[in-house]
Design a protein around this ligand. Structure first.
Ligand code: FE
Length: 206
């Protein structure tokens, strides 16, 4: 734990639509900057397809994840890139805002639709500052925080136990732990389905 871990974060699904393609990703860096006019910020990782779509379209939506969310929602939108998979091909719980931009309605209690005013390059991420063009409540369930996710939603890391082994490999995507001297090269994470290349060897604890 360090000082920065004390900061509270909400959990959101940030979506964008460009040239008929919809995409979305999980985000924990969204908030209201000013109420008059209503201006929000959203900081998005440059590696995500959603990032590029927001940059090109200047439009995005944010759905606020509530406490009814299950791990599958995070797996669906958080553990895969829209460059490899169409996240909306097998997902029907969404609507569109007045600009035609998709927003997720499953286990979310509100949505905000925004138009980018300016952006700042932060290296790994881009900070988008945007004006609210539409908003709506979707349920009365309390919002999920990052802390709530770790306490109640994320499965507890039940490590696969190999006899006598003490080396731990951890999935960098979801945190799942595998115990064994060597990680099989064809190993697939049982939680997020990412391959062995997304695991890292943890330093032994003393
Ligand atoms: Fe994983």
């Amino acid at each position: 734990m360090n000082a920065l871990d004390k900061i509270s974060y909400g959990l959101y699904i940030v979506s964008s639509t460009l040239d008929g393609k919809d995409n979305a990703c999980i985000n924990n860096s969204f908030g209201l900057l000013t109420a008059q006019p209503e201006v929000v910020f959203c900081c998005v990782n440059k590696e995500s397809l959603t990032h590029d779509m927001i940059q090109k379209s200047g439009l995005f939506t944010v759905s606020v994840i509530d406490q009814t969310a299950d791990f599958d929602l995070f797996r669906h939108f958080g553990f895969h890139s829209g460059r490899d998979t169409d996240k909306f091909s097998d997902f029907s719980d969404f609507r569109r805002d007045e600009n035609g931009v998709v927003y997720v309605t499953q286990s979310t209690n509100a949505f905000v639709s925004a138009k980018v005013l300016s952006s700042q390059d932060l290296g790994t991420h881009t900070l988008f500052i945007a004006k609210v063009c539409e908003k709506g409540e979707l349920s009365n369930h309390p919002s999920a925080t990052y802390e709530f996710y770790h306490a109640k939603i994320k499965p507890k890391g039940q490590a696969t136990q190999a006899a006598g082994a003490e080396t731990v490999w951890q999935c960098k995507i979801c945190g799942y732990k595998y115990v064994g001297e060597t990680l099989p090269p064809d190993y697939i994470c049982p939680l997020c389905k990412h391959p062995a290349s997304d695991f890292e060897k943890l330093e032994p604890s003393t």
